[in-house]
Design a protein around this ligand. Structure first.
Ligand SMILES: Cc1cc2nc3c(=O)[nH]c(=O)nc-3n(C[C@H](O)[C@H](O)[C@H](O)COP(=O)(O)OP(=O)(O)OC[C@H]3O[C@@H](n4cnc5c(N)ncnc54)[C@H](O)[C@@H]3O)c2cc1C
Length: 822
């Protein structure tokens, strides 16, 4: 034992120092002290000497700069420069365009939870709340989704008028320019509520308040452009669209072939310097009705009219609709969700340089402008749309599962349906927290590049899963389209959200981790910047500082991963209450694991990592789930730790942690360098993979919570359009829940009587008459049963049509069309 003791002390001190991230000098001093103490207490002098020698072997070269810089740092700098992922211009712009908020802590391996918990709780201003209770509520009441999606394939004129008059298109435009000047949270809540009744209405309102002319003008417009266009955009005199995508450039938007040649031309009767544009765009939302087109194109100056650069780069311009040469007005038909969307073409369309957004000074800076603004809109429009749909979907499906009875029971009581209901409740809880978190980040003034991709991807993916479960629970009621169907259109539209604003497969596999690993990592970006310093001495010193910070960080994460793995993350300081403290501890564990795996992957694969999309996607999943669970915990704290929400929080948390372990297990089992994968597995899962999906017992609690009125359920519905109006069948069904439950004992009594008594009547009204006559139900109970029947009929009934009603008004048989085309 006296021989082993010094080595055990050496390992323990090193592990302790690494866990707590002590500086190297502190570790060396502590090790020396511990070894001396060991020797004084009787450990073998020879063994103590060997242990001291080993410690000195590490400490001396690392602590003495004259040895470290030339012998260690300089060769590593060379190696690093060789493996450094070569950054394309597009990637460089993307990396510089975002800010880093709490997500940076998640990459630190030791999150400072105070950074999250000290963030102010997001609250709406009085104006925003009044707008939600006034014009938004009214717009929801005007919305007949079937009329919009089937009868007209458009919003009716009075809704367009109402939207413009009430400045729905100007939510993000500052008040000084005549807009509403809403915060990101206000914008989020409006879209959320509108989407709970119609995704066509919410996208019509959402797009002008997302990436487009208004946002770009606010950031880069010249004063003249702002003064002219912003008031017109705010009050709907101008309807904007933004055209980037074309047949040849979808996800890879920087490859747009649309071009503009600098030349002289006619504009308002004068001969001015401008650009002649040729473009072929498609999928452009609002294009068919737009009056002001934001256009992305590549600008060339072959004759050197404005400088020496021939290929100026991607530039953005504003084109009035009536500019000669523009072809506009035809429509695409996106999955029966007929918001205005269509192609847009132009040949030799001349505009003066003053129509470039930001004027000539911003020529060629279009990509940077887009990327800088993208994270704002992407944090709000699609996450909020998913959030509104999730709130409504959870409430109405819970109510429906209670009202709809088969085999003598509410269908929600069957375990199979309960499973799907639990998924709906847990995902609604998650989506709503995530959407609010990304909107709140924008409201705090961040440009949340990484959270916006996480929020966009996961809200839309979970939204699609949620609506699918809701459809299954509704059976035929979800399938038969018509005014009574409140799900079918959302289900049809769900792939649209998946595809727009960064298609999801690419968002997951390339962007979340790709940006996160560099932007949020505490050392990588600093190291990259250090390698680019022009002065060799400064480069070496700066690289040295960051490199050794990074090495210490990596060792610490390995130790923390192993320790948390061995202890099942039951130890360590963490915030929260008795219920959530264990959750924070688990997140501490996975944060260290993420940092460890990310570092190892970057070290081994360097620039090749971005082509290893399966690995990058899985590590992105871990980062995403860490962010998502943090958003849920933050909201739980903000709402005063409501005990009633705990089943929802627990289901969502266990689901997320299970997903983390599935992603990690996939990443490590398929790790490109197999032995390293095994080594990482030993550090990450020393006792095996243990996280389980939410239990059936928890699922039962969540499903029950959705099927009866309670405060957690009410909170889940806050922000959806629940008014039980004639145009809102989902709101109506939800409003029946309380009465349906009150009537259940009477219903049971009635059904029992039907089984046990000798009742002659077959029709329901006659049975009620007989029941009252013979005294086995009272008159009051009869009224209650009649009301229950009415509510149930409203909930379960579906539409039917004359054939003509289903035919499109512009219908022309395909054969005729083919003949005309021939
Ligand atoms: C209804 C609708 C509205 C839209 N509105 C607008 C608008 O207003 N303005 C505008 O400019 N654009 C708009 N778009 C365009 C939208 O942003 C693009 O559709 C989107 O960028 C994807 O391009 P794509 O459809 O050509 O798909 P593609 O780029 O062909 O992608 C096909 C698939 O390949 C995947 N993929 C591509 N590259 C990679 C990669 N490197 N790694 C992994 N996977 C990859 C994608 O994720 C996707 O799943 C709209 C699209 C739709 C459908």
């Amino acid at each position: 034992m006296s021989i082993l003791a010094p080595f055990l002390v050496l390992i323990a001190v090193a592990g302790f120092a690494a866990y707590h991230r002590w500086r190297l000098a502190v570790w060396a001093a502590l090790t020396a002290t511990a070894l001396v103490a060991c020797w004084l207490l009787g450990a073998s002098p020879a063994a103590t000497l060997v242990a001291a020698f080993l410690a000195a072997l590490v400490a001396v070269p690392l602590l003495i700069p004259q040895i470290r810089l030339p012998l260690i740092t300089a060769p590593l700098l060379k190696f690093y420069t060789r493996i450094l992922p070569p950054l394309s211009e597009t990637e460089r712009v993307a990396l510089e365009a975002g800010t880093v908020g709490f997500e940076g802590e998640l990459f630190s391996g030791r999150p400072d939870w105070n950074v999250l918990l000290d963030q102010p709780m997001p609250v709406l201003s009085a104006d925003e709340q009044a707008f939600l209770d006034g014009p938004v509520e009214e717009l929801c009441r005007m919305t007949h989704d079937w009329d919009i999606t089937h009868v007209r394939a458009d919003l009716p004129p009075d809704m367009w008028e109402f939207i413009k008059k009430n400045k729905f298109f100007g939510m993000i435009v500052p008040k000084e320019y005549g807009g509403l000047g809403f915060s990101a949270l206000g914008n989020h809540k409006v879209i959320e509520k509108l989407s709970s009744i119609s995704s066509v209405v919410s996208s019509t309102v959402g797009v002008p308040n997302s990436l487009g002319p208004a946002e770009l003008l606010m950031h880069y417009g010249t004063q003249e452009q702002k003064d002219h266009y912003l008031p017109r955009l705010a009050d709907g005199r101008e309807v904007p669209c933004f055209a980037l995508t074309g047949p040849w450039a979808g996800s890879d938007a920087t490859s747009i072939p649309d071009f503009g040649i600098v030349c002289k031309g006619e504009w308002n009767g004068a001969n001015v310097l401008g650009v002649k544009l040729t473009f072929d765009k498609r999928y452009i939302t609002l294009a068919p009705v737009a009056t002001l087109i934001g256009m992305a194109f590549r600008m060339y100056d072959p004759d050197g009219l404005i400088g020496d650069t021939r290929d100026i780069g991607i530039s953005l311009a504003l084109l009035p609709r009536d500019t000669p040469g523009i072809e506009i007005g035809r429509r695409h038909f996106p999955l029966n969700s007929p918001f205005q969307n269509g192609p847009l073409n132009g040949r030799e369309v001349f505009i003066p340089l003053s129509q470039l957004i930001g004027g000539e000074a911003y020529a060629g800076k279009g990509w940077q402008m887009l990327v800088e603004c993208l994270s704002i809109g992407r944090s709000i429009t699609l996450p909020s749309t998913a959030s509104g749909g999730a709130r409504m979907g959870a409430l109405v499906t819970g109510a429906y599962a209670r009202i709809r009875k088969q085999f003598g029971l509410s269908i929600g009581r069957f375990e199979g349906v309960e499973e799907a209901l639990a998924r709906i409740g847990g995902k609604a809880y998650t989506i709503t927290a995530l959407a609010e978190a990304s909107a709140a980040a924008v409201a705090r003034g961040e440009l949340p590049a990484v959270p916006s991709t996480i929020s966009k991807y996961h809200c839309t993916e979970m939204g699609r899963e949620l609506i699918q479960d809701a459809m299954d629970i509704h059976g035929g009621k979800g399938i038969i389209l018509g005014p009574k169907n409140y799900l079918g259109r959302s289900w049809q539209a769900s792939p649209i959200s998946i595809t727009v604003e960064g298609a999801n497969i690419m968002t997951r596999s390339l962007m979340i981790f790709g940006q996160g690993a560099i932007l949020c990592h505490p050392w990588v970006l600093k190291e990259m910047k250090a390698t680019a310093l022009p002065d060799p001495d400064e480069r070496l010193r700066e690289f040295d500082r960051n490199l050794f910070g990074h090495i210490g960080f990596a060792i610490s994460n390995a130790v923390r991963s192993l320790w948390f793995g061995l202890t099942a993350a039951r130890v360590g300081s963490a915030p929260g209450d008795a219920y959530t403290r264990r959750y924070y501890r688990k997140l501490n564990r996975y944060s260290a694991v993420l940092a460890l795996c990310a570092d190892t992957s970057m070290l081994l694969l360097g620039g090749k990592l971005k082509f290893k999309e399966s690995l990058s996607g899985r590590l992105g999943d871990v980062l995403s789930q860490l962010y998502i669970t943090s958003a849920m915990l933050k909201r739980y704290e903000d709402q005063g730790r409501p005990a009633a929400d705990q089943p929802l929080l627990a289901w969502a948390f266990h689901d997320a942690v299970h997903k983390i372990e599935v992603a990690l297990s996939g990443a490590l089992r398929n790790f490109p360098v197999r032995p390293v994968g095994w080594m990482l597995w030993a550090l990450v899962f020393p006792l095996g993979r243990r996280a389980q999906p939410p239990s059936d017992r928890l699922g039962h609690k969540v499903a029950s919570l959705l099927m009866s009125p309670n405060e957690a359920r009410d909170r889940l519905g806050v922000g959806a359009f629940l008014t039980p109006a004639a145009n809102n069948p989902a709101g109506r069904i939800n409003s029946y829940l309380q009465k349906v439950i009150l009537a259940e004992p009477v219903e049971r009594k009635f059904l029992k009587a039907l089984k046990t008594r000798d009742i002659e009547s077959l029709a329901f009204p006659a049975q009620l008459d007989e029941g009252v006559r013979e005294g086995w139900i009272t008159a009051a109970e009869r009224a209650q049963l009649e009301e229950l029947r009415e509510m149930t009929v409203d909930a379960i009934s579906v539409d039917d049509f004359e054939s003509e009603e289903l035919r499109s008004a512009g219908y022309r048989p395909q054969r005729e069309q083919d003949r005309a085309a021939a």
